[in-house]
Ligand binder design. Structure first.
Ligand code: IPM
Ligand code: MG
Length: 358
C-alpha cells in the first residue's frame, strides 16, 4: 500500500487537487492501484488553523508518505506576515526537510495546444524539454541573509549564493541519468562569467560529464538561455541549473506550451520518494471560481505514478486521458482560443476521469 499525503494548500490549490484526487481514486477503484490518501494543511490554510505554515503534523505526514501531492501555497492575505510565517516558507521548508534536491519540470507541448502558445506553431511544435532545477540549495537557502542597517543608517538587503561541489554533483548526475533515457543532451545553465559560485558549477558539470561520454554536454549563460528558449526552444533536451535560474526559466518554458496551467513537476530525493505539484502558483485572482486548469496537477499525478509509485503504464494512461480531453475540444479559461468551448475546472477533471474509465 502506498501512502500519499495530499496537501491542497491555498488559492486554486484545493480545486485543482480535488480533480487530481479524483484521478487517483479512479485508478484505485478501477485499475487496482494500491494507495491510501491522507490530507494535511500547508501554507496560508495551515497558518489560519495552527498559526504556522508548516505544522509539525503536516511534516510528519509528508515524511511518512511515499509521495506527496501538493496544490499551491500563498496569497495576498499572508503577504505582510514575517518571512518565517509566510506560506512560501512552508513549501521551501518541506522541500528541504525531505531533501528533494532534484526538481523535474518538463515542458511538453500537447499538439492540440500549438496555437495556444504565444510563439509561432512551427517554433514550438513537438517541444519536449526537461528542466532539472536544483531545489534545496543556492540563493534560496544560503546564509547569511536578511536586511541590515548600515552605519550610514541606510538599510541593505542581502542573500548568499552558495553551492558545495557535492550539492552540484548530485543534481547534475540526475540530469545526465535522465538524458540517457531521452535524447542524450544536457545543457547546463550558469552565469560563470560573473558568479564564482556558478564557475564551480560549470567545472563540476565538466567533471561529471566525463563519466557520461554518450551524453552531449553544452554550457550556456542564463541570459542567453532565456533568449534561446524563446528563439529556438527545440534545441534543448535536458537543462540543468541552479535553484533561482531554474525557477525563472521554468516559468518561461511553461509559456512555450501555451499555459503555465499545463506544467507538472516532480521533486525527488536520493530515494524514490517525491513531492508532486503543478508549477503554477495559487492564482488568488481566480481562486474558488472553478476556472483553474487542473491538468498540471493531474499530469503531476502521472509523474508520481512514474517516479514514486513505479506504475509507468498507469502514468501513460493518465497522460493519454489528458490528451483525449484536449482532443474532445475542452479548454479551461487559460487555454481559451476563441474556437473551443471554455470549461470549468470540474468539467475538465470529469473529462479526464471519463477518458480513464473508457
Ligand atoms: C515554484 C514557486 C516557488 C519557488 C515559490 C512559491 C516559493 O515559484 O515552485 O517555482 O520559488 O520555488
Ligand atoms: Mg516559480
Amino acid at each position: 500500500m502506498n501512502k500519499i499525503a495530499v496537501l491542497p494548500g491555498d488559492g486554486i490549490g484545493p480545486e485543482v487537487v480535488a480533480e487530481a484526487v479524483r484521478v487517483l481514486e479512479c485508478l484505485r477503484d478501477e485499475h487496482a492501484l494500491a494507495i491510501e490518501l491522507e490530507y494535511g494543511l500547508i501554507g496560508g490554510a495551515a497558518y489560519e488553523a495552527h498559526g504556522q505554515p508548516l505544522p509539525e503534523e503536516t511534516l510528519a505526514l509528508a515524511r511518512a508518505a511515499d509521495a506527496v501531492l501538493l496544490g499551491a501555497v500563498g496569497g495576498p492575505r499572508w503577504e505582510a506576515l514575517p518571512m518565517a510565517l509566510r506560506p512560501e516558507k512552508a513549501l521551501l521548508a518541506l522541500r528541504s526537510a525531505l531533501g528533494l534536491f532534484a526538481n523535474l519540470r518538463p515542458a511538453i507541448l500537447f499538439p492540440q495546444l500549438a496555437s495556444a502558445s504565444t510563439l509561432r506553431p512551427e517554433v514550438v511544435e513537438g517541444l519536449d524539454i526537461l528542466i532539472v532545477r536544483e531545489l534545496v540549495g543556492g540563493i534560496y537557502f544560503g546564509e547569511p541573509r536578511g536586511v541590515r542597517t548600515l552605519d550610514t543608517g541606510e538599510r541593505q538587503g542581502f542573500n548568499t549564493l552558495v553551492y558545495t561541489e557535492s550539492e552540484i554533483e548530485r543534481v547534475v548526475r540526475r540530469a545526465f541519468e535522465i538524458a540517457r533515457v531521452r535524447r542524450h543532451r544536457v545543457c547546463s545553465v550558469d552565469k560563470a562569467n560573473v558568479l564564482e559560485c556558478t564557475e564551480l558549477w560549470r567545472e563540476t558539470v565538466m567533471r561529471v560529464a566525463c563519466e557520461y561520454p554518450d551524453v552531449a554536454v553544452a554550457h550556456m549563460y542564463v541570459d542567453n538561455a532565456a533568449m534561446q528558449l524563446v528563439r529556438a526552444p527545440k534545441q534543448f533536451d535536458v537543462i540543468v541549473t541552479t535553484n533561482l535560474f531554474g525557477d525563472i526559466l521554468s516559468d518561461e518554458a511553461a509559456m512555450l506550451t501555451g499555459s503555465i496551467g499545463m506544467l507538472p513537476s516532480a521533486s525527488l530525493n536520493e530515494t524514490d520518494r517525491g513531492l508532486y505539484e503543478p508549477i503554477h502558483g495559487s492564482a488568488p485572482d481566480i481562486a474558488g471560481q472553478n476556472l483553474a486548469n487542473p491538468l498540471a496537477t493531474i499530469l503531476s499525478v502521472a509523474m508520481m505514478l512514474r517516479y514514486s509509485l513505479r506504475q509507468p503504464d498507469l502514468a501513460v494512461r493518465v497522460e493519454a486521458a489528458v490528451s483525449q480531453a484536449l482532443d474532445a475540444g475542452l479548454r479551461t479559461a487559460d487555454l481559451r482560443d476563441g474556437i473551443h468551448e471554455t470549461v470549468s475546472t470540474r468539467t475538465m477533471g470529469e473529462a479526464v476521469v471519463a477518458a480513464l474509465r473508457a
